[in-house]
Ligand binder design. Structure first.
Ligand code: CO8
Length: 266
């Protein structure tokens, strides 16, 4: 029940430098069954093999009602503790694939982003949302806790106090509240504006030195949540790596020579 059997649950659409990963299980509000999680990880693996051309990825849910309404509650219902841990690890592998992906990943939320759905969005680099979106970690209402990074990434996004309030109550917040909390980077009137806004951001990113963007993402991901001294060491290492690139030489030279840079992506 609740599955759309005739289509794969995840597909990739390509448009220039932008790749879109569409989660397509609208009858179940795009809930994350093990199959869907595996397919998302596979999509990022497939995109990695062509990462030279991909400068940004959009993750979006099909159907206009939900980004993702959580882990598939039906597939969780019969799990043993060990199998539950395995399910959480599968979720973490998807998050790791997104964080390791060298280009920015934008979660475009149009509707519900709940439980594992919010956690999937949090694993992305930024969250854009339509006005009619809702965010929450309702796991405690099911006797669960967030299992796919919510206890780690939600406090980083909104601060410990609001994260605890959301996780302990299971309450949902709307897009305006999520934006003022720093969870949502930008809010849009409707789905078309949302997707156009994400594409415009990726185009803007793509005009910059590709090497620098990839390094900045790596450092931001590695440094998040680690103690400042260790985190700044990640930054030192990434900063040093920038000096191995042609793009950095070109960018600095262009500034000094008062001309536009021509980045090669190396
Ligand atoms: N899992 C499975 N099916 C779902 C889910 C879900 N998370 N959410 C919705 N559906 C299904 C419904 O069962 C229903 O199917 P059917 O038509 O066959 O009965 C269909 O989608 C439409 O849903 P509703 O009829 O409920 O639609 P409403 O508009 O009435 O309500 C809500 C929408 C409020 C989003 C409601 O569906 C809801 O509360 N969904 C569950 C939200 C939730 O609790 N999510 C958290 C799940 S637990 C979790 O994510 C744990 C994370 C740990 C991850 C570990 C690694 C995987």
């Amino acid at each position: 029940p609740g599955t759309d059997e005739h289509r794969p649950p995840v597909r990739i659409e390509r448009d220039g430098v932008v790749a879109t990963v569409v989660i397509d299980r609208p009858k179940a509000l795009n809930a994350l069954s093990p199959d869907v999680l595996g397919a998302i990880a596979d999509a990022f693996d497939a995109l990695r093999s062509e990462a030279d051309a991909v400068r940004g990825v959009i993750v979006v849910g099909e159907g206009g009602r939900a980004f993702v309404a959580g882990a598939d509650i039906r597939s969780l219902s019969t799990l043993t503790p060990d199998e539950g841990a395995e399910a959480a690890r599968l979720g973490h592998r998807v998050a790791a694939a997104i964080e390791a992906f060298p280009a920015p990943v934008i979660a475009c939320v149009d509707g519900f982003a709940l439980g594992g759905g919010l956690e999937l969005a949090l694993a992305c680099d930024l969250i854009y949302a339509t006005e009619s979106s809702w965010f929450g970690q309702p796991e405690v209402r099911l006797g669960l806790i967030p299992g796919f990074g919510g206890t780690v990434r939600l406090p980083r996004a909104v601060g410990l106090s609001l994260a605890k309030e959301l996780i302990f109550t299971g309450r949902r917040i709307d897009a305006a509240t999520a934006e003022s909390a720093g969870l949502v980077a930008r809010r849009f009137g409707d789905r078309d504006a949302l997707l156009a806004g994400a594409r415009a951001t990726i185009d803007e990113v793509a005009a910059n030195a590709w090497t620098a963007v990839a390094l900045a993402k790596r450092v931001l991901v590695d440094a998040a949540g680690t103690p400042t001294a260790a985190a700044t060491e990640f930054e030192v290492a990434g900063f040093a790596d920038a000096f191995r690139t042609d793009d950095m030489r070109e960018g600095v030279a262009a500034f000094i020579e008062k001309r536009e840079p021509e980045f090669s992506g190396r």
